[in-house]
Design a protein around this ligand. Structure first.
Ligand code: TNX
Length: 753
């Protein structure tokens, strides 16, 4: 017993000291500490790795009280306290692997290759305590290597532009967490951002637009502030070299055949109709794309790719391939002639022809292409790798065909989605992907056999910037979700542990603050969720904090005066039956988290028993039927937590509890046709006093506009049961995005007054 206790103590104190993200594959804590207040000399075993020695010297100089020395190994005599860097020294280690041994007077770092050495230095950097008087490191042994070879982060610099300084800062963040691939999305409908010497108009014209879309997508509102920017080839080289020094490969993306409006605006002869075209102000998908029937389009794109390949030495060139409408090709004589002469049976095969022709060219230069999963449609190019973004199906299909795959499904890897309750987050494109959800991601789809799974190179976080306007917003969206993904991609699956990760993340956040990184603190956002209360007409407002611990709350009544608010510590769901606003925030020393707020407004239907004839689609069914009577009117910032979504009609019945006077009855529906969401075709009402016999009450009227529409019937009557018969529109009509597909129907919040 006497021995067990000190051992346990050692474990707990030691684990608190080792705060690494991503967690190493193997980590053994040892007794003792390496004293950082005494002079340290870095010794490198070969001239070749002097740069790594210099890098470590800088890191230590910034963090330690005593400036470290640096020298080349000279025989068997070593300084009193030293860090020894050796490479290549360990043939047994997998690629990018390293071994780090911290003993009481020496630190040794050996690696499979220079990337491994770099990762080892990053590990050491994360372990450093900072300039403290008593600074020391725990003794330990780490043997480490990554689980996946493609650990990526993407950045869209087209919807909004980010300068070289920021791109470097972003690369620094990737490097800190051992990410090794930077996917640079350089061309789009809204801007062409890379200088191409042979085609100067691509940036003279294509890098600039006359305004930008502002506010929620559905509003289709624009400002008229000229916007743009691009990177010169010199700047691109600078970034590529900067990344290479951090063992990060930059994968450039040149979009084709779609998302090409900026290129078409610069050179209208590249489109099917010849234009004129404009660099787009708004987000979305546009019908004008590169002409697939015109040989000179391929000449131009090959010239562009030649310059691109000269700038980016990595093996992969991303050629886009996503969201390419086929409208123009269908009516273009040249495209149709191409289809005929090549025996292509439809426009998907024409897209496939396009990509295969480009692939041939890129392969002939010794490089490979990677494209979004749409490149599977119409037949995959023989050597192409696939980036699976529309779920995991594309990745599964490609791996089964023995093609390399990078997983980036929207559900877990889109860091442009909300990360906390949208009610309390800055406007984003949609979705709801918390840091914990990212952490739960498994890149190898369950349906793959082991021999197929080896085609999964890894995964990537995507940062699309339609709603991300400034560098600090990029940081907010990318951090800390990128840290979760970094661990998913590096650490062995068996070592994954969400609780442990959250603890380490919480210790990392102050360091990010010190680095002036605008990391999101949504992790500390109290989530406020309404549930059916104990009695009909009552809402139980549940509050939760993902990290655990106590938090404060205030409850406010109309007119929602802050000064009237009573402070309390949340202990159990708050039961309410009249209009209230609740606020909650974390209560911990030295920590200010965001304040979460929710306002609940009651009407005769609120929190009353409700039944649905058909359950909503599983993707949009969070909270179930109760969502329609939960006292919260869904915001346009649509997510699954506020709207319920169907692809068919539904009959909804609410029990008001007793026969009541009724004057107004309404239900909200979302109109966002650009996202395939249409209002119902009609909403009919009927009422009943016994819940069995319903008599028609009338049909609801709507003033149709974008965003939320209330289908309302103003009519005096008496009812205990109110029934909404909601008719779905069926297929999306011609002339709307997604025509021919079943429309989505989003409903929320019933009002009876
Ligand atoms: C889809 S992901 C796109 C992008 C958008 C993104 C927004 C992909 C290959 N295409 O053009 O920016 O959604 O989340």
């Amino acid at each position: 017993m006497r021995f067990v206790l000190p051992f346990l103590l050692l474990c707990t104190t030691a684990s608190a000291q080792v705060n690494l993200i991503p967690l190493p594959a193997n980590l053994d804590l040892q007794p003792g500490r390496f004293d950082l207040t005494k002079p340290v000399t870095i010794v490198v075993n070969s001239k070749e790795i002097m740069p790594e020695g210099e890098l470590l010297r800088k890191i230590l100089a910034d963090a330690l009280p005593v400036e470290p020395g640096l020298q080349l190994e000279q025989g068997p005599v070593f300084p009193e306290q030293f860090v020894y860097l050796a490479v290549p020294s360990d043939a047994e280690l997998p690629k990018e692997g390293y071994k780090l041994r911290i003993a009481t007077t020496s630190i040794t770092l050996s690696a499979a290759d220079r990337a491994g050495l770099y990762h080892g230095i990053s590990t050491l950097e994360q372990l450093l305590p900072g300039k403290e008087a008593q600074a020391s490191l725990p003794c330990l042994n780490i043997t480490d290597h990554p689980r996946f070879p493609w650990r990526g982060m993407h950045l869209d610099v087209c919807r909004h532009f980010f300068d070289v300084d920021f791109v470097k800062r972003y690369i620094d963040l990737l490097a800190r967490y051992k990410m090794n691939t930077f996917h640079w999305h350089l061309t789009e409908d809204q801007g062409w951002r890379i200088e191409i010497k042979k085609y100067p108009k691509l940036t003279e014209v294509g890098a600039w637009r006359s305004g930008s879309q502002v506010g929620p997508y559905s509003r289709r509102e624009y400002d008229s502030v000229p916007y743009g920017g691009f990177y010169t080839q010199e700047q691109i080289k600078e970034v590529v070299a900067y990344a290479a020094a951090r063992h990060i490969t930059v994968v450039p993306e040149i979009e084709m055949p779609g998302h090409a409006m900026a290129a078409l605006a610069s050179y209208p002869q590249l489109g099917c109709t010849g234009g004129p075209y404009e660099v787009q102000k708004g987000w979305g998908v546009f019908d004008d794309v590169f002409c697939a029937g015109n040989d000179s389009v391929f000449t131009v794109l090959e010239d562009v790719l030649t310059e691109v390949m000269a700038l980016f030495p990595g093996q992969y060139i991303h050629i886009g391939g996503d969201e390419c409408p086929k409208e123009r090709w269908k009516t273009c004589a040249k495209c149709q002639a191409r289809m005929k002469s090549n025996g292509l049976k439809d426009e998907h095969e024409l897209q496939s022809y396009f990509i295969q022709r480009i692939e041939k060219f890129v392969n002939s230069k010794g490089r490979k292409i990677i494209g979004w999963d749409e490149i599977l449609e119409g037949g995959l190019a023989p050597n192409a790798a696939v980036m699976s973004w529309r779920g995991t199906e594309g990745g599964v299909a490609a791996a089964k065909e023995k093609h390399n795959v990078v997983m980036t499904p929207g559900s877990h890897c889109y860091f442009d989605h909300y990360q906390g309750d949208p009610a309390n987050e800055p406007l984003a494109i949609g979705g709801y992907t918390t840091v914990q959800k990212v952490y739960s991601y498994e890149p190898i789809p369950a349906e793959l056999k082991p021999e197929e799974a080896k085609y999964i190179l890894g995964a990537q976080g995507n940062v699309w910037t339609e709603y991300i306007l400034r560098p600090e917003n990029v940081e907010y969206m990318a951090v800390p979700r990128m840290l979760a993904l970094a661990e998913v991609l590096w650490t062995p699956k068996a070592k994954r542990d969400e609780k442990g990760f959250i603890v380490r993340l919480e210790n990392e956040l102050p360091k990010l603050d010190a680095m002036k990184v605008n990391a999101s603190k949504s992790l500390y956002q109290v989530s406020i969720r309404p549930k059916q209360g104990p009695k009909p007409g009552e809402i139980a407002v549940e509050m939760k904090l993902a990290t655990g611990g106590s938090f404060s709350m205030t409850e406010m009544a109309p007119p929602y005066d802050e000064r009237m608010a009573g402070l309390a510590v949340y202990s159990a769901p708050v039961i309410i039956n009249s209009d209230r606003e609740l606020h909650g925030w974390i209560q911990r020393e030295g920590l200010t988290g965001p304040i979460a707020k929710r306002r609940f407004l009651f009407n005769k239907a609120t929190a009353r028993p409700i039944t649905l004839s058909v359950q909503p689609n599983e993707r949009y069914n969070d909270g179930g039927a109760f969502t329609l009577v939960d006292g919260i009117t869904a915001q346009e910032k649509r997510v699954s937590t506020e709207w319920l979504g169907w692809r068919e009609g539904v009959t909804i019945t609410v029990d008001l509890g007793s026969v009541q006077d009724v004057r107004t009855v309404s239900i909200g529906a979302l109109n966002e046709t650009y996202s395939w969401i249409h209002t119902p075709e009609r909403v009919d009402l009927s009422v009943s006093e016994d819940g069995k016999t319903f008599t028609p009450f009338g049909s609801a009227e709507v003033k149709a506009g974008v965003g939320r529409n209330a289908f309302t019937l103003e009519k005096a009557g008496k009812a205990r049961f109110v029934r909404f018969t909601v008719k779905h529109r069926g297929k999306i009509p011609e002339g709307y995005p997604g025509a021919g597909n079943p429309a989505w129907m989003f409903l929320d919040e019933i009002e009876v007054r």
